[in-house]
Design a protein around this ligand. Structure first.
Ligand SMILES: Cc1cc2nc3c(=O)[nH]c(=O)nc-3n(C[C@H](O)[C@H](O)[C@H](O)COP(=O)(O)OP(=O)(O)OC[C@H]3O[C@@H](n4cnc5c(N)ncnc54)[C@H](O)[C@@H]3O)c2cc1C
Length: 350
């Protein structure tokens, strides 16, 4: 749904207020919706239901899934073409407001705003970046600072509006909050009924829930190193994210054939190559994880109903942190208020 100014808009108030959350706790859950899956999709939807007083229960396997391993990066200007993420002006403010509101409710830090250093390795890449810096849709995300260019790169631009969502922490703390209220069960649902809202990420897509998919496995390293912690570094085909205490997360890989959650030697080698370019030679690997990104068509998120009449929220792709909060809001609008979103967000067979 778009408002008169062309921005995405949900029917609920723009802020996720404590009062709205408290109101829901007094609502008697007559016919609870059954959210299946507590990754970013299911968790954001659950918070949205909670704040609007819509009864629900979540079931999640309790381990695995993409959100438990994701780097949680929000990067406004991405890719080789140095272009804004899809509909960034609409999704970005909603995502930041959402995570900040949940931080208040959980009394925890989930959103870590961090300037991004976009690095160019070649003259061609640098030329492309510099040719776009003054474009009206790019300029708002450029800080205007002139960062030092790290060794091995020929140019660097500092971006604003970026950072990382600690997705694992968000999932874990939300699970504890919902559990304490009796709203979460750990288990696997094999035959969902008509109250189900399927938020199963890649596991659901690989069961063919929405037809042909393009899910991609990715691996990430966590390392300890004496590298600068002031910026997220993006370049050389990867990223390096400071997470505090001299630790960094580095990634990632894309693999479309071997869709499992097992780290591999090839992934390790590839990410060590990225680490060498973005950080340096000296580091200790402290963790190596893998997950599967839930990807359909052009990596744009989808909501809708399947042919069995169950609601579905999936296809968050590589940008779940950016898309999940607003998509959860739109799905709630649709389920609770009958407000149909723009067609581009709807699963095509609906
Ligand atoms: C290596 C890697 C790096 C990434 N980096 C970023 C990043 O920097 N920024 C970003 O925004 N995104 C990133 N992503 C993408 C992000 O992880 C996804 O967009 C997002 O987490 C998907 O959330 P989801 O809830 O749809 O799926 P998931 O997180 O996979 O959640 C699905 C949940 O459903 C549960 N489930 C499945 N089947 C059942 C069942 N039958 N019964 C009960 N429960 C079930 C699973 O256990 C899981 O908990 C990355 C992904 C990977 C793999």
């Amino acid at each position: 749904m778009q408002d008169a100014s062309g921005n995405l808009a949900c029917s609920a108030p723009a802020t996720h207020g404590q009062s709205a959350i408290l109101r829901s706790e007094t609502t008697s859950p007559a016919l609870p919706w059954h959210i299946i899956g507590q990754g970013l999709a299911g968790t954001c939807l659950a918070w949205e239901f909670l704040r609007r007083g819509i009864p629900f229960h979540i079931t999640d396997i309790g381990h695995g899934g993409s959100s438990r391993v994701a780097a949680g990066l929000i990067n406004p200007i991405t890719g080789k073409n140095f272009e804004p993420s899809w509909r960034i002006d609409e999704f970005h403010p909603q995502a930041i407001a959402f995570f900040q509101e949940i931080e208040n409710t959980l009394a925890a830090t989930i959103w870590h705003p961090t300037p991004i250093l976009r690095l160019a390795s070649s003259e061609k890449e640098w030329k492309k970046i510099t040719s776009k810096l003054d474009l009206p849709h790019i300029r708002p995300w450029i800080s205007g600072n002139h960062p030092t260019v790290p060794a091995g790169f020929i140019g660097a631009v500092e971006l604003t509006g970026g950072g990382r969502v600690d997705t694992a922490e968000f999932i874990k703390l939300s699970a504890a909050y919902f559990s304490e209220k009796g709203l979460l069960t750990i288990g696997s649902i094999s035959e969902p009924d008509s109250s189900a809202i399927l938020c199963q990420g890649a596991a659901g897509l690989m069961e063919n829930q929405l037809g042909p998919h393009r899910c991609a496995k990715g691996e990430i390293l966590t390392v300890r190193a004496d590298w600068p912690q002031s910026h997220i570094r993006i370049g050389a085909g990867g990223w390096l994210v400071p997470i505090g205490d001299g630790h960094f997360r580095i990634g990632s890989t894309y693999e479309w054939n071997q869709l499992d959650e097992a780290p591999t030697a090839a992934g390790l080698e590839r990410i060590i190559g990225i680490a060498n370019k973005l950080g340096g030679e000296n580091f200790d690997v402290t963790a190596h994880v893998a997950g599967i990104r839930p990807i359909l068509r052009r990596s744009e998120p989808l909501i809708g109903k399947n042919t069995d009449g169950q609601w579905i929220f999936n296809a968050l792709g590589s940008k779940g942190t950016l898309y999940a909060p607003e998509m959860a809001c739109m799905l709630t609008d649709w389920i609770a208020e009958g407000i149909r979103p723009e067609e581009i967000f709807i699963y095509p067979t609906h």
